[in-house]
Design a protein around this ligand. Sequence first.
Ligand SMILES: [Zn+2]
Length: 596
Amino acid sequence: MPEIKKLTLENCTRLLKHCGLISADQLSDVLARGKAQETRLYAQHLAGGSRRLRAVVENISPVEVIASFNLELRGLPGRFLTEDVITEAIAAAVGMEYLKIDPLKLNLDVVTAHIPRPFSLKNLIVAVAEKGGILTVAVADPFNTAIINELAIARKLEIKRVLSSKKDILKILREFYGFRASVMAAEQESSTGADLGNLEQYFKLRGNQDIESNDTHVISAVDFLLHYAFEQHSSDIHIEPKREKTLIRFRIDGVMHNIHVIPKLLHAPIVSRIKMLSRMDLAEKRRPQDGRIKTNFNNKDIELRVSTVPVAFGEKVVIRIFDPDILLQDLDSMGFYPRELSLYNSFIRRPNGIILITGPTGSGKTTTLYSSLRSLASPEVNIVTVEDPIEMVMEEFNQIGVQQAIGVGFDSILRNILRQDPDIIMIGEIRDRETAESAVQAALTGHLALSTLHTNDSASAIVRMLDLGIPPFLISATLIGVIAQRLVRKICPQCKIVYELNADELAYLQLDKKSHISWEGQGCKECRGTGYKGRSGIFEVLEMSERIKSVITASVELSDLTDLARKEGMESLRQVATRKMLEGVTTYEEIISMTG
Ligand SMILES: [Zn+2]
């Protein structure tokens, strides 16, 4: 292995070549174009980014330059030479431990207590752990040892260095210090070092000096919190008041993580700030409220739905995050198999009729609805949605929110919008006979109507329509098809290993014992040890063929409908999921949790 004494473009590329991560051609290409690339990155950084961070960011490291070429790893299609991969190779070469920083596992106090932020920024170091008098510090440059000695003397601590990518370190410095600094500044402004753990003191304090929600520090604390949640791709933020503190948690890929513990003193001002942003009544603290915030992150609009509920120790806030990357996808990237996709595409291109999407809460129905409407949207088409509540505000659609409290329900809105000449109508959910009848009415008068139902599978949707009182001949005349769907977690590609199904598991899936291979994720840094990354849709598509129409009567049996649909080629949710398992997309475990 070539010895390295300094991080230069040449040293790093030679090392990567030596490790077999890049080819000789790529090596010479990177060396030839490296300087120009560095200049380009420099210009990019100058254009964006905060002024305070500029000094650090201006020093483009050779690792950043190489990573910016986005080279595919040799023999590993789909995996790229990222800052992380390069940093890991350098760590091995210089005999240091490599650390992929997981912000969710960091202790806020350790990160911010030992090293002042300007010092961290200047030297690109961040404290990541402290145990038994040893402070573990992540550094981006393995050769900048003078600074570590300086720190050891100043803090009177033994210091252990680990190597992390500059990108990870900067992320921590931005997010953690930013939130912490805002919280601490807000706290200081309101009190003079009082013991916040003490409840009596807290009440006394609040009496004379309440922190305002428009305090700049509170504003930035909330901004940092939202930004951090978006960056972590969380779906929900929970702000939970406890007796003596407030807990902030994020839900990521369906799992809750504790993120911050903040002083109770700041609970009310932070909640007020969020209520203000979501246009709620600030004075109302005893009744639940709902609101929404539209904001921007990485040049895309993000919709937040906020709700507050009074609990024992104050108002609990839950913020649901609607990321357009998740809610609006290309139909062909959602997990449909080709046959199902072309069937579904043929459904939504019909001029009139009803399409039903069915599945439990959290099965991705809204994503399918929004993505379908989006694929149909054009200036010539008038799309109207009736939702309870509006999930995400989209300019292309005319969206109407149901207001049950004042008697404006699905059916009354539907009756009115039919007069407004829509082409396509999306009805959030068919819950009652009136709404079902309105959908039928819309279809009969030449509209395409899309809606959802809560049933387990596609054939059950037909039975549900009958139960709601729609006559069989009207179902046959209007229903185009039904989609039943679920979401399964995808196996993390970085830690995927073969999983051998045992005899019981094979029997459960009705597979014979012949050479069926399945996989699972072992858990790695990329997937936070869960073994899963991202989710995929499982779709069962039932087409209302002439034969199915002909068997629909008021007394039709669910099993007869299902059998007939299967005979005509419909694959059940279980079959589709099993297929995805055998293809290595998901696991046996996920099929079990999906099918209950
Ligand atoms: Zn993994």
